[in-house]
Design a protein around this ligand. Structure first.
Ligand SMILES: NC(=O)c1ccc[n+]([C@@H]2O[C@H](COP(=O)([O-])OP(=O)(O)OC[C@H]3O[C@@H](n4cnc5c(N)ncnc54)[C@H](OP(=O)(O)O)[C@@H]3O)[C@@H](O)[C@H]2O)c1
Length: 233
């Protein structure tokens, strides 16, 4: 997948990783970048095409697919985090996690798959998380939604292979954006994460481990569950 000359659409491009993706895609020579946002007036990047888009609004998703029929790279970046434990957390917020990460991403892929297919196949990049592969106390809602989004990524890859669409899943840990503002932990530089992801897309990687936390989490998966969860011992 060559990003130079591509036409990309980024969700949640007004801030955080999405803003970095839109900037980096232009720097890599993308012909056009649709920077989409729930509040499009917040997109402050020169040289992008701004579109309003809430990924949980089916009409807005359909309108975006009609307006951006030239897209061949879709970056499903938009996300939220609501610290909800599954046993005691707010069910409405837990549903919102799934509405955003699972149903929102699915809705985007279903709307844009024919667009990508018509434009030669292209690529879909889904921003997953180390929490797709393990959970932390108090993050059950987010982790369940990110795990569902991981499985959706695997299915979409199989279902779209026939039309030549590369579907890449990105696993990453704590990164320095608003999402992690309240957390006093070591964080990745978002520009570096985006560079790693776009390098991976250009190498046709299906799974992009964007940082050491992603590599360590993957390495721990075949081991005993208790070894992965010190909280249990
Ligand atoms: N930062 C991390 O440590 C980390 C780690 C692992 C994975 N991730 C994933 O990386 C992605 C980007 O996260 P980030 O760190 O850049 O978060 P962020 O700084 O909080 O930005 C989130 C972006 O998503 C947008 N968004 C949320 N819900 C949306 C919706 N329904 N429709 C359209 N846009 C929506 C937000 O728009 P508004 O401005 O309108 O709210 C904002 O632009 C997310 O999928 C997140 O789960 C992040």
């Amino acid at each position: 997948m060559k990003l130079s000359g591509s036409t990309a659409l980024v969700t949640g491009a007004n801030r955080g990783l999405g803003r970095h993706f839109a900037t980096a895609l232009l720097e890599r020579g993308a012909k056009k970048v649709y920077a989409t946002a729930r509040r499009p007036e917040q997109v402050d990047l020169p040289g992008v095409e701004v579109l309003p888009l809430d990924i949980t609004d089916p009409d807005a998703v359909a309108a975006a697919a009609r307006a951006a029929g030239d897209v061949d790279v879709l970056i499903n970046n938009a996300g939220i985090t609501t610290p909800q434990p599954l046993m005691t957390g707010d069910l409405g917020e837990i549903r919102r996690e799934l509405d955003t990460h699972f149903f929102g991403t699915l809705s985007m892929i279903r709307a844009f798959a024919p667009v990508l297919g018509g434009n030669g196949g292209g690529a879909i990049v889904n921003l997953l998380s180390v929490l797709s592969w393990r959970t932390f106390p108090g993050s059950g809602g987010y982790a369940a939604a990110k795990a569902a989004q991981w499985s959706l990524t695997e299915s979409a890859r199989l279902e779209l292979a026939g039309q030549g669409t590369l579907v890449a899943g990105v696993i990453l840990g704590a990164t320095d954006t608003d999402m992690m503002a309240g957390w006093d932990v070591p964080k990745n530089d978002p520009a570096e994460v985006v560079r790693t992801v776009l390098d991976g897309v250009e190498q046709d990687l299906l799974e992009i481990l964007a940082d050491d936390a992603a590599v360590a989490t993957k390495a721990g998966l075949p081991g005993d569950v208790r070894a992965r969860y010190p909280e249990l011992s």
